[in-house]
Ligand binder design. Structure first.
Ligand SMILES: Cc1cc2nc3c(=O)[nH]c(=O)nc-3n(C[C@H](O)[C@H](O)[C@H](O)COP(=O)(O)OP(=O)(O)OC[C@H]3O[C@@H](n4cnc5c(N)ncnc54)[C@H](O)[C@@H]3O)c2cc1C
Length: 500
């Protein structure tokens, strides 16, 4: 059966995923499809998710949004990478930066790879700190935003934002494009031979459509519950299943650093995300090792916040569906799967799912082959991200808690991750190993080098020596800084940081 544009679409769920779907489908399919979004304020949304990857820039461009249109309304700031601290017990490798990359990194990037090779193959000591080689780190050090620099070319950067406010902006955009918004709870889902036949609202009304998009969050109302789609848990690999979040205020007039911080805790890690209005913080942990009260106590202590500031507790279901699109239903967002927020990839997956869905429908391929290709690609994305996230835990060298030791010794290590580590450890050509997995990897060469070097995965005795500094690389970055960074436009906390 060939596909045509669905004349009617029902999206169940008004979280960030639901409104991203509504906005994008309305923009792409316009008047060809009648789109309705149903949400229940009684149930509410997850409401966290403040970090993103550079891919999201494309989404706003696709909607026709300029940064000044949405950033001020969503308390948004720029992000040039993630700083990881306290993930090892080594002084030398106690902290590193995972940058987003720019074309200007090419020269110093090669120096970084060379230094890693030197230390990896015991050819001497070498500076393997990513932050000494990449422009993004220089932006953090100098507290400049990508927009306030005059860097040439296409610069990779991302955003931090208030996810609830972003959902509101998307809602207003979607409804202006004609998306119908229905408030209420879906009480029953009617199915027939692997398809959704209709929905009954709690108030009694029944609704039906050609295409159903399940954005109902972890509950997976349509796909998991009604269509019994199998869910593949990542629990054996990624142990964290809960989080507690707590906002704090900026406590100085220092310019905001354009980075997320990810700090190792006893039983997981803490995120710190600067928005213009506040800092979003949260402790992601495993409930096998730590109770909710203990996690909240540890977070309050780390942030020095008393009990008066309310904390928000969340449960996480980590894994993915085997089939994300089946029959006349597609699941997007938390309803299709979730990998914990360490690299802030969830909204990137929502965006990617939408692009694949629209391509699949527009390709006019027979439905079955479009669905097969879609499901294969979504699974590749989920598994590829899982592999990179798992590396953070597996590579830890902490010995101070049962949690960190379990991450090293009890993890079910994904096959591709094990393959890369074996090649890295054996001294074999790492580029060949990366090329070998090329079609399956989501994270590319620089990111793998950053994590392996940043966490100190070196057997050579030189890795235990004092860290040298690659002066030539730093001098090159300083030259770029002098040339391209404008010091006058540095953002201060509480000010807009969109550099407009
Ligand atoms: C601790 C944590 C940190 C995160 N950090 C990040 C991050 O840094 N970056 C990132 O990209 N992502 C992050 N995420 C993920 C991000 O929060 C989600 O991907 C995003 O919010 C989308 O969620 P959603 O819309 O799929 O689900 P939800 O927000 O849960 O929305 C579900 C919607 O479905 C509706 N619904 C459910 N059942 C019914 C029903 N019966 N009838 C009617 N409506 C119904 C609800 O009312 C709601 O509107 C994080 C998630 C967690 C848990």
């Amino acid at each position: 059966m060939k596909q045509t544009h669905p004349a009617s679409v029902i999206i169940v769920g008004g979280g960030t995923a639901g409104w991203m779907c509504a906005a994008y489908l309305a923009k792409q399919w316009g008047a060809k499809s009648h789109i309705t979004l149903i949400e229940s304020s009684q149930i509410g949304t997850v409401g966290v998710g403040e970090g993103s990857t550079p891919f999201l820039k494309q989404f706003f461009t696709d909607l026709g949004w300029q940064e000044q249109d949405w950033m001020p309304h969503c308390d948004a700031t720029y992000k040039t990478g993630i700083e990881f601290a306290n993930w090892t017990n080594s002084q030398r490798f106690s902290q590193y930066f995972h940058p987003f990359f720019t074309p200007l990194d090419q020269q110093t990037g090669e120096l970084f790879f060379d230094s890693c090779q030197t230390l990896r193959s015991s050819r001497g000591n070498a500076d393997v700190k990513p932050e000494h080689y990449f422009c993004a780190a220089e932006m953090v050090r100098k507290r400049v935003t990508p927009q306030s620099t005059k860097l040439p070319g296409d610069i990779d950067y991302a955003y931090h934002f208030d996810a609830s406010k972003l959902a509101l902006s998307l809602k207003s955009f979607s409804t202006q494009l004609g998306v119908q918004h229905k408030e209420g709870k879906v009480a029953e889902v009617y199915t027939e031979e692997g398809n959704i036949r209709g929905l009954r609202m709690e108030q009694g009304e029944t609704l039906s459509a050609d295409l159903y998009v399940d954005c109902s969050g972890f509950v997976g109302l349509l796909m998991k519950k009604a269509l019994n789609a199998p869910f593949r848990s990542y629990r054996e690999t990624l142990f964290n299943d809960a989080a507690v979040a707590l906002p704090t205020q900026h406590n100085s007039n220092e310019p905001i650093a354009p980075q997320t911080r990810s700090v190792g805790m006893d039983n997981g890690w803490m995120w710190q995300i600067p928005l213009t209005s506040r800092i979003g913080n949260g402790y992601v942990y495993s409930s096998d090792f730590c109770s909710a009260d203990e996690a909240e106590g540890a977070l309050r202590k780390a942030l020095n916040v008393d009990d008066l500031v309310p904390a928000r507790h969340l449960k996480m279901q980590v894994g993915r569906l085997d089939e994300h699109w089946q029959g006349n239903c597609v699941a997007i967002g938390l309803a299709q799967g979730f990998i914990e927020p360490l690299e802030a990839t969830a909204l990137m997956l929502v965006q990617y799912a939408l692009y694949q869905l629209v391509d699949g429908v527009d390709s006019a391929k027979p439905l079955a082959s479009a669905q097969q290709a879609y499901n294969r690609e979504m699974n590749r994305m989920f598994d590829g991200i899982r592999d990179y996230i798992a590396a953070h835990y597996y590579l830890n060298t902490r010995t101070d808690s049962a949690y960190w030791q379990a991450c090293r010794h009890e993890m079910c290590v994904p096959e591709n991750l094990q393959y890369l580590l074996d090649k890295w450890d054996s001294g074999a050509c790492f580029e060949t190993a990366l090329d070998h997995l090329d079609s399956e990897l989501v994270y590319l060469r620089p990111s793998w080098y950053c994590i392996l070097a940043g966490m100190g995965r070196f057997n050579s005795p030189e890795a235990h020596q004092k860290a040298p500094v690659h002066q030539a690389s730093l001098a090159h970055l300083a030259k770029l800084t002098a040339h391209y960074f404008s010091q006058q436009q540095r953002p201060r906390s509480g000010e807009l940081t969109c550099g407009m």
